[in-house]
Structures are given as structure tokens and as C-alpha cells.
Design a protein around this ligand. Structure first.
Ligand code: FMN
Length: 199
């Protein structure tokens, strides 16, 4: 499904967003708009050239090992069904991977951090090391981990700019999150970012 076009200008100033960013663990159930979801995904991995080859986050050798997924609850994003969606940078669109509201299971897989399930949306930053290993060998894994950090920080700052809040969650059982998101074994979930209006 094609997302609404992201805004390339405006929003909060970078310094203000940096100063305001906090890990927030308490969210209002208010839904996000499709524009907000579009902007968050674009901030993480959106295309920034005409051909769609370059993105908002840098990538070693421009090999882009990071995948960005969205776990969306029922009534959590206006006019969007609950489900697990994969973001496609080049076309700025989402593909539905799994139907249904899986926020509770995601929180359980995250060592029962149930506060996460209250966030309307959780973005999941995942890596496929193989995409960088062919060029960089073992060092490719390090690059992918660094890139996951770039992507996550972009999303957290974008959330602040949109009047939203987020949290980085690294404590989860990889296999459980992978199964829940129907990811292949070669894809490693690295960080989960619940996002919503702070309560
Ligand atoms: C890699 C990483 C993993 C984290 N994992 C969790 C987590 O599983 N649960 C949680 O509540 N906070 C988690 N945090 C958030 C930190 O606790 C938080 O960033 C820290 O307390 C500093 O607060 P601040 O982000 O508000 O500045 C994580 C942060 C990072 C960078």
C-alpha cells in the first residue's frame, strides 16, 4: 500500500528535537495519522534521491542491510488495518506481512514489557547481515549494527518533531520476535521502537 508522500521541509528544528527527546514508556491510545506513520518510516529509511537509491540514513557501501517494519494495532493508525507491515523505501509503501493486532505478543516477547503494547505503533529495526557480508565480510555485521542505530535515532527525533514520543527497546527474545513478525532466519530484529502520543 502506497503511503502519503512525506514532507521534506518543516517540522521542529533539529536542536529542539535533540533537546526534547526522552525515552517514554507511557502512551495515550490516540491513533496516529497516516501522515505521521509515513513521516516516521521515511525518517528511518526513506528514499532521498529521485531513483530511490539513497536514503535518510547512511549505509556502508550503500548496501542497505536494514529492514524497517511496523507493528500496528487495531484502530492505531487512521484508515489502516492492524498488522505487521514491511516498509519499502524505494516506493514509499508498505506490504502487509501478518494480519491482526500483535502488540501484546510483541510486548511479551520483549521480556513482558507490557507498557509497549499501549503504544499504537511499534517500529522494528531489523538487519540482514548477508547484504553487507559479501563486500565487508565479518565487519559487515558491525556496520549493520551501526546503521540500525542511525535509523533508530532518525525515527526517535522524527517522533519528537511530530509531537510524539518513543522508546528504544533492545530487551527481547530474538526468535520470538522473528516468529511473530514472520521474518526469515537471515533477518535479525535489533531494536523495537514503540511510538505514540506521550501520556
Ligand atoms: C540499545 C538500547 C536498548 C534499550 N532497551 C530498553 C528496553 O528494553 N526497555 C526500556 O524500557 N528501555 C530501554 N532502553 C532505553 C534506556 O533505558 C534509556 O535510553 C536510558 O534510560 C536513557 O534515557 P533517555 O533515553 O530518556 O535519555 C534502551 C536504550 C538503548 C540505547
Amino acid at each position: 500500500m502506497r503511503l502519503v508522500q512525506p514532507l521534506l521541509k518543516g517540522g521542529m528544528g533539529l536542536d529542539e528535537a535533540l533537546a526534547k527527546r526522552r525515552t517514554v514508556r507511557s502512551f495515550s491510545p490516540a491513533p496516529l495519522t497516516r501522515e505521521q506513520l509515513s513521516q516516521l518510516l521515511w525518517a528511518g529509511q526513506g528514499a532521498t534521491d529521485e531513483a530511490g537509491f539513497r536514503r535518510t540514513s547512511p549505509s556502508a557501501g550503500a548496501l542497505y542491510p536494514i529492514d524497517l517494519l511496523a507493528v500496528i494495532g487495531s484502530g492505531s493508525v487512521e484508515q489502516m488495518e492492524a498488522g505487521v507491515y514491511l516498509y519499502e523505501s524505494r516506493t514509499h509503501s508498505t506490504t502487509l506481512l501478518v494480519e491482526g493486532d500483535h502488540r501484546d505478543e510483541l510486548a511479551r516477547a520483549s521480556l513482558s514489557q507490557f507498557w509497549m503494547a499501549k503504544a499504537p505503533v511499534s517500529l522494528v529495526v531489523a538487519a540482514e547481515y548477508g547484504r553487507v557480508a559479501s563486500k565487508y565480510g565479518q565487519r559487515g555485521e558491525r556496520y549493520a549494527l551501526l546503521e540500525a542505530g542511525h535509523v533508530a535515532q532518525n525515527i526517535m527525533l522524527e517522533a519528537v518533531s511530530l509531537g510524539l514520543a518513543s522508546a528504544p527497546v533492545g530487551a527481547f527474545v530474538d526468535t520470538e520476535v522473528r516468529n511473530l513478525l514472520c521474518l526469515e532466519a537471515r533477518i535479525s530484529p535489533l531494536l523495537i521502537l514503540p511510538v505514540g502520543y506521550p501520556k
